[in-house]
Write a protein that binds this ligand. Structure first.
Ligand SMILES: Nc1ncnc2c1ncn2[C@@H]1O[C@H](COP(=O)(O)OP(=O)(O)OP(=O)(O)O)[C@@H](O)[C@H]1O
Ligand SMILES: [Mg+2]
Length: 311
């Protein structure tokens, strides 16, 4: 449904995106993840037909991004990362403005705008001025704008940035809802955990290069197989319990380490293996204060990917 073929973008001498290839199937929610400056917006603006490539091609629903941008615009809804201010425009006028631009007939416009406002829970704000909306509502309105021409593909650049945790959750459930309605969604973020639980596939981009791309199950499986357990003990000389970890079949013996009162080790087992390890520790006299998996940060994931653990 969405394809990027050898996309390269140079700004002067600076290589912002270098030979990027992506392929996103119909019905997917694809999380496009990378730190600031990685090249997410550059790639997204190219797909949205707003940026000429230095070289390369993109195709959306069979239409060429470079050869037939008008056809591409009809099949995509695009949400940019910055939201312009529309002085003196009301919510419904804002949506009507875009609906007119998409040449939707007047009667259909009324109905569509009503439906979109309902879907995004903005019906009660229909006659409010856009300027007066909260940040979260503005983001929702911007998403509403991408839907007025009922496109099969949504391209959303950090739709949850700047939102509070509750509004982020609302944005997530909206995207899931849109996915259930059959939309193919490309959504960017610099936070892996924000996308991991509802995307079907993710790609990680850094310094203009795609480091990893695959189904979320594949990547999560890899991450699970390389997670680190941390056990904090109240005993004196906690290192004398290191052998319990080393002898456990789910622990990589050579990775066992003791720092202060905390033992750590790479762990490849499931929940019951964890419970088993905890029981063995306690049986051997350990006083366990905390027993936890280290949460992998995006940096850790990058490190693992660049070390070739995930590909
Ligand atoms: N118009 C431009 N002129 C020169 N350099 C640019 C331009 N637009 C982007 N860049 C550079 O290209 C690189 C990629 O930028 P891009 O906006 O695509 O990153 P991003 O992944 O979207 O980052 P962020 O998370 O901050 O939004 C950055 O180093 C940026 O400074
Ligand atoms: Mg960006």
């Amino acid at each position: 449904m969405i394809e990027v073929i050898d996309f390269t973008k140079q700004y002067g001498d600076f290589m912002a995106v270098d030979g990027l290839n992506l392929s996103i199937a119909e019905g997917e929610i694809y999380g496009f993840i990378g730190p600031n400056g990685a090249g997410k917006s550059t790639t997204i603006r190219f797909l949205a037909t707003l940026l000429r490539p230095t070289s390369g091609e993109g195709r959306i629903a069979g239409h060429s991004v470079t050869q037939d941008p008008m056809a591409v615009r009809r099949v995509i809804g695009f949400m940019p990362d910055d939201f312009g201010v529309y002085d003196g425009m009301k919510v419904w006028e804002f949506l009507d403005f875009f609906a007119v631009a998409y040449e939707i007939p007047r009667l259909e416009r009324r109905r569509t705008i009503g439906e979109v406002l309902e879907l995004l829970d903005l019906t009660h704000k229909r006659d409010d001025f856009v300027n007066g909306l909260s940040k979260g509502m503005k983001q929702r309105l911007c998403l509403a704008k991408t839907l007025v021409h009922n496109p099969p593909v949504l391209i959303l650049d950090e739709p949850a940035s700047g939102l509070d945790p509750r509004a982020r959750l609302e944005m997530k459930s909206l995207l899931s809802e849109l996915s259930r309605m059959g939309k193919t969604i490309l959504v960017s973020s610099h936070i892996l955990s924000e996308l991991a639980d509802f995307c079907t596939s993710i790609g990680v981009i850094e310094r203009g290069k795609l480091l990893a791309s695959g189904s979320i199950q594949e990547i999560q499986r890899e991450l699970r197989a390389h997670r680190v357990l941390k056990v904090r003990l109240l005993n004196e000389s906690p290192e004398r319990f290191a052998h319990v970890l080393k002898e456990h079949s789910a622990v990589k013996a050579e990775s066992v380490n003791t720092i202060d009162r905390t033992l750590s080790a790479e762990f490849e087992g499931d929940g019951s293996a964890q419970a088993d390890l905890l029981r063995r520790l306690i049986d051997s006299g350990a006083i366990v204060e905390a027993f936890d998996e280290e949460q992998l940060s995006l940096e850790d994931v990058f490190m693992m990917i660049t070390k070739g653990v995930v590909n």
